[in-house]
Design a protein around this ligand. Structure first.
Ligand code: AMP
Length: 506
């Protein structure tokens, strides 16, 4: 049996009626999770798909999504979670890269316009409640097999599928459970969509330790009143989110220890935790433990952690991302010595959490994963400083990947998609930073094709954004389109993105 499955089953055996999933008034037990995922495994094995072939699981943050994830692993198929807020073109892109054997569709979408066979919600529902629960666990996903594949922004207009094996995931789970004291008394807030690896911070450490996953779903997040109500009336004791999401919740005046008394631990990941946010948090929740963690999807969720204490707020203007997990190797590439004795360079990491690469994409894999002294190192693309005792500080990117509201975006991908439109001759997309060094806007500078130059710019703006929507996620649509005559060119003859970034942020 797969080891993650084995451990979740142990949670269910310890307390079958224990609540594993809560979403508003909906509560589901560990017993239901195990039983229903057995039936999904039965359904999948009955389809005789090619061994270990990936399957897409499409839906939101429902309990049934977790059932399907576990069912897929039991049946012997890694899963690709795709959020139902994604536009249909994303399924087409992912399908063309991953060549999945099947789509499990927990949504009302009737047709994804792909050749891959699809199982409808009605069929899945029927299987989940049938009596057919027999499957062959000898065929389940093994230690070195892919467990899940998460697609992230790529530079060429096509997303990259990060392959995470059971072994990668187990290592993360063991570390997270020990580092953050997960056990069956905990209720973890789960807000991230399941297509983002931040959700894994909750799902697997949570389920193997018998915790309750307390969902704050998309419908709640989108509605300010509903969100305030959900947060202020919550029972969760552990908060896991991007700093951006927490900052949004800081707008609720009563969001503090007096009103949300159970909440005593905050874990942040995915983007920079600013000094100001940490300060506000510790003011509102003076007794809470606050952790900053860091890690790319390619390293299985998170590989560093540190508790941010009031002393840290006094000592550092820019907060550390912490110490790297003990069983990983790392070094700073092209490191330079700073005046304070720290070293700064690109962080390269190797170890049990490092992915084997991007699915069916040897070119991008070769660019990001390098063998050095018999170890595979992942080039994080993050500039990091290291103190003498191994404390790491995030300094920025070596490339043009940004984070906006927690979303990972490659600026080159936006340009590549813009370049496919008939109106666009050339484009260069850059981030606008606010005074907290967070990206507040994405600005695309566009040189129009001649025949569009005389057209009304407001209309063009709408037209281009509408067309872009057909091929990309909402969060990647530039907030501002600026129509320009020319773009700056660097000395090597390329569009000078850095110069434009400097100009926009001057
Ligand atoms: P993702 O793959 O979506 O988790 O994004 C990973 C990237 O987010 C990293 O390579 C960093 O650039 C950034 N990131 C993640 N955690 C942090 C953090 N705690 N502080 C600063 N940047 C972070």
């Amino acid at each position: 049996m797969n080891e993650i499955i084995e451990r979740i089953t142990e949670s269910a055996v310890r307390d079958p009626k224990g609540i594993c999933y809560q979403n508003g008034s909906e509560q589901r037990t560990y017993q239901e999770l195990i039983q229903e995922s057995d039936r999904i495994a039965n359904l999948l094995q009955g389809k005789f798909l090619p061994k270990k072939s990936p399957i897409i699981i499409y839906g939101g943050q429902q309990f049934e999504m977790l059932v399907m994830f576990l069912g897929a692993i039991k049946a012997g198929h890694p899963y690709i979670p795709v959020d139902d807020a994604s536009d249909p073109s994303r399924i087409i892109q992912i399908n063309s890269v991953a060549h999945p054997a099947l789509v499990l569709n927990w949504s009302e979408v009737e047709d994804f316009n792909i050749d891959t066979p699809m199982v409808s919600k009605a069929e899945i529902e029927e299987a989940m409640h049938s009596d057919n629960n027999i499957y062959d666990s000898a065929l389940s996903i093994g230690d070195k097999d892919n467990f899940y594949i998460i697609f992230t922004s790529g530079t060429t207009g096509t997303p990259k599928g990060v392959q995470i094996t059971t072994h990668n995931l187990l290592d993360f789970v063991d570390w997270a459970c020990a580092e953050f004291d997960y056990d069956n008394n905990h209720e973890l807030m789960l807000q991230a969509p399941f297509s983002f690896d931040l959700s894994v911070f909750d799902i697997y450490p949570g389920l193997v330790s018998g915790s309750t996953l307390d969902i704050v779903d998309k419908d709640t997040t989108k509605n300010f009143g509903k969100l305030e109500n959900a947060i202020l009336n919550s029972n969760f004791d552990t908060w896991i989110s991007t700093p951006s999401f927490f900052e949004m919740c800081l707008l609720f005046r009563n969001f503090n220890h007096e009103n949300v008394q159970n909440l005593h631990k905050f874990i942040f990941c995915g983007e920079e935790l600013t000094h100001a946010t940490a300060q506000k948090l510790l003011k509102r929740f003076p007794k809470a433990k606050l952790y900053n963690t860091y890690g790319p999807t390619e390293n299985t969720v998170a590989i560093t952690s540190v508790q941010i204490t009031p002393e840290f707020l006094v000592k550092y203007d820019r907060l550390p991302i912490g110490y790297i997990k003990g069983n990983m190797h790392h070094f700073l590439d092209n490191a330079v010595n700073e005046a304070n004795g720290y070293q700064t360079g690109e962080l390269l990491v190797s170890g049990p959490d490092v992915s084997k690469g991007y699915l069916n994409n040897p070119q991008q894999t070769e660019r990001a994963f390098e063998e050095i002294d018999d170890r595979i190192y992942y080039h994080t693309g993050d500039m990091v400083s290291e103190s003498g005792d191994g404390m790491l500080f995030y300094k920025g990117r070596t490339d043009f990947q940004i984070k906006m509201h927690g979303y990972r975006i490659e600026l080159e991908e936006i340009d590549s998609l813009l370049g496919n439109l008939s109106q666009v001759k050339q484009s260069c997309t850059v981030p606008l930073y606010n005074n907290k060094k967070q990206v507040s806007k994405i600005i695309a500078h566009i040189v129009l094709e001649n025949e569009f130059k005389e057209l009304n710019q407001q209309q063009l703006n709408l037209q281009i954004k509408e067309e872009l929507k057909k091929t990309t996620m909402d969060y990647m649509i530039p907030n501002v389109l600026e129509f320009v005559e020319t773009l700056p060119i660097s000395s090597n003859g390329k569009i000078d993105r850095k110069a434009l970034m400097g100009k926009v942020n001057a």
